[in-house]
Ligand binder design. Structure first.
Ligand SMILES: [Zn+2]
Length: 328
């Protein structure tokens, strides 16, 4: 028989061993960050309806959770707080005995090596639910919000937080937070900035989880327009110039092109946030038997890594590790 002349790509796909040998992209537990919601006054756990498989945690449940996360080898935990009370300025965000500050101290006792990342934003703590303080006309006052965000960041560092992650999208916040951390002796505390954070419909389930829906209006006045890739890149460069040690793209899946561009343009570590809506869509389809949950999770996390993320922040972190037997 005559031999045809063409490339046989299937040769390297033939067995699991060959596929493993030539695999370009790996996900490991150490690349993953697991977000948790800590609620003041809650005892135990409260399931989050819009995010099947995720719970709000009371402070009494934080230590066991931290030990479980550390046992799986997960790289870090990202903390969000639901405070006991809210006001116009979000003052419970910088309380020394605030819910996240207390959670960090408990995590550090339970799992000292687990990296704690503190989200910095006022929207979970303000009565109006916006990410900064308001002017009389109801618009968010960028410059007056900066000292408050810096105060929250420094209070988290006081509690032992390893990484400060501002998500508010105020201009100048990275510089303001860096100056405040340095002035308080936290020169060694890194900043992971939510640099390319888009005004996304995929944050919907998070707002139930964190109780942070704005009382009026939306966040399109300060978060990036989903249509703007170049402007998002500009914002990434600005945050790095202000002192960000790492930058984030959020959400992940509808913005993998942005993630790739960021990865190609900067040399600092890049994180991507696989957000609540991405999580809940996958879980809802899996619950209906429409997709294979664990394979879809693995493909999702692999695609985010392949697009250039060093760090993947994902609600699937524990499920992915569980499916692979980590921490058993
Ligand atoms: Zn916010």
């Amino acid at each position: 028989m005559e031999t045809l002349d063409f490339r046989r790509h299937r040769r390297l796909r033939r067995t699991a061993g060959l596929r493993s040998l030539v695999r370009e992209t790996e996900v490991t537990p150490g690349h993953l960050v697991y977000p948790i919601f800590v609620e003041a006054g809650l005892s135990g756990r409260q399931p989050i309806e819009a995010m099947p498989g995720q719970d709000r945690l009371g402070l009494d449940a934080v230590e066991e959770e931290a030990r479980g996360i550390a046992r799986q080898g997960i790289g870090g935990v990202l903390l969000f707080g639901l405070p006991a009370s809210k006001d116009e300025e979000g003052s419970t965000s910088w309380a020394a005995d605030g819910v996240v500050q207390e959670a960090i101290r408990r995590i550090k006792r339970a799992a000292p090596d687990l990296v704690t990342i503190g989200d910095v934003c006022l929207c979970e703590y303000t009565s109006h639910g916006h990410c900064g303080v308001l002017r009389p006309d109801g618009s968010v006052d960028n410059d007056s919000s900066l000292p408050l965000l810096a105060r929250m960041a420094t209070s988290l560092a006081d509690a032992g937080c390893d990484v400060i992650a501002p998500s508010d999208m105020m201009d100048g916040r990275v510089a303001a937070i860096r100056a405040s951390l340095d002035a308080s002796g936290y020169q060694d505390t890194p900043i992971l900035s939510y640099a390319a954070k888009f005004a996304s419909a995929f944050y919907g389930p998070f707002r139930e989880a964190a109780g942070s829906t704005p009382a009026f209006g939306d966040r399109r006045g300060y978060q990036a327009d989903p249509a703007n890739g170049r402007i998002a890149l500009d914002e990434v460069h600005t945050d790095i110039a202000e002192g960000a040690d790492m930058v984030m793209v959020k959400p992940a899946l509808p913005y993998l092109d942005i993630l790739r561009s960021v990865r190609d343009q900067v040399d600092v570590p890049v994180a991507a946030y696989n957000v609540s809506g991405e999580y809940s869509m996958l879980m809802a389809a899996a619950e209906r038997g429409w997709i294979d949950r664990d394979r879809a999770i693995d493909e999702t996390l692999t695609s985010i890594r392949r697009a250039g993320a060093d760090i993947v922040i994902t609600y699937h972190a524990r499920q992915w590790c569980e499916a692979r037997g980590y921490g058993r």
